[in-house]
Design a protein around this ligand. Structure first.
Ligand SMILES: Nc1ncnc2c1ncn2[C@@H]1O[C@H](COP(=O)(O)OP(=O)(O)OP(=O)(O)O)[C@@H](O)[C@H]1O
Length: 271
């Protein structure tokens, strides 16, 4: 993963050109699964023969080619929806943009440090929500003073205290929706060059979803780039003006959200 050089805070250059933040160039992403079975159980005779001949059971290696030669450029100020049916490669692509997964072929270039906000982002279950907020802020590079100052605002945005004083309870007592809200609120408290959101909004209730959609719009106005993976076409339409539709690891369509989501819905209805 390489970094692009671009000026700091505007969506365009002095000559009005758009500034690329993520360039994905013919990217291939492959999972290697070691020790995966062949799907057919070994026969008792074959197992006995292996024991008698003392040949170990050779671990098998299987590959899952999750993303197959995907190319696109994202620009500062854009919010891009990633849609596609289950297993089409959306989360894998996001992980690779975040630098959490190497590209097997092709390349991904990013400007700044992309931040992946996923429902699996690690928070510590035994610590209180408030403590996790402070730790999250420190992990995002805030000073202890900035983190202490920002924490009440983040807890208020998350709404976890709407039904009692949950902020002072351990995170493991939260519902999965409450945990997801807190994660989103922590990540959204900072301006990100590239913010990657994986289904985080789907777990919130309608009121929280509206608040977070508004926050995503603000992040875009701060000239960041937002990627949103979601099965909620409503959220994608409300938040993103551009969408990329992935199917079986290949881009089917990349363009204005209205056109792409319409084609995707027609495709899903015809299956
Ligand atoms: N850790 C993993 N090891 C092996 N294969 C994986 C792994 N994670 C995902 N895959 C496979 O990679 C492919 C793409 O999965 P991915 O999670 O990126 O899809 P997705 O579009 O995000 O799906 P969903 O909409 O269901 O969340 C699938 O075939 C999946 O089985």
């Amino acid at each position: 993963m390489a970094e692009l050089n671009a000026p700091a805070d505007t969506a365009t250059t002095a000559t009005g050109e758009r500034i690329p933040t993520v360039i994905v160039d013919e990217a291939h992403l492959i999972y290697r699964v070691y020790g995966a079975g062949t799907g057919t159980p070994a026969s008792p005779v074959a197992a006995l023969r292996r024991i008698v001949s003392r040949k170990p059971n050779r671990p098998t290696l299987r590959e899952v080619h999750a993303v197959k030669g995907v190319s696109f450029t994202a620009y500062r100020g854009e919010a891009i929806g990633l849609i596609g049916s289950n297993g089409s490669g959306k989360s894998t692509l996001l992980r690779a943009i975040a630098g959490l997964m190497p590209v097997n072929r092709g390349a991904i270039y990013t400007q700044g440090q992309p931040s992946l906000l996923g429902v699996n982002a690690a928070l510590l279950g035994d610590l209180t929500g408030e403590r996790n907020v402070v730790l999250g802020c420190l992990a995002m590079g805030m000073t202890p003073e900035q983190a202490q100052k920002k924490a009440p605002e983040i807890v208020a945005f998350s709404g976890i205290n709407e039904r009692g004083d949950f902020g002072s309870l351990p995170m493991r007592t939260y519902s999965s929706g409450m945990q997801a809200r807190l994660r989103f609120s922590i990540s959204a408290a900072k301006r990100h060059d590239v913010l990657l959101i994986d289904e985080a909004l789907a777990t919130g209730d309608t009121r929280f979803r509206r608040r977070s959609e508004q926050r995503i719009r603000q992040l875009r106005e701060d000239a960041g780039t937002v990627f949103l993976v979601s099965h909620s076409i409503g959220s994608i339409r409300d938040t993103c003006e551009r969408s990329i539709w992935l199917e079986s690891g290949v881009i089917r369509m990349d363009g204005p959200t209205d056109e792409v989501t319409k084609a995707y819905e027609d495709y899903m209805a015809s299956r």
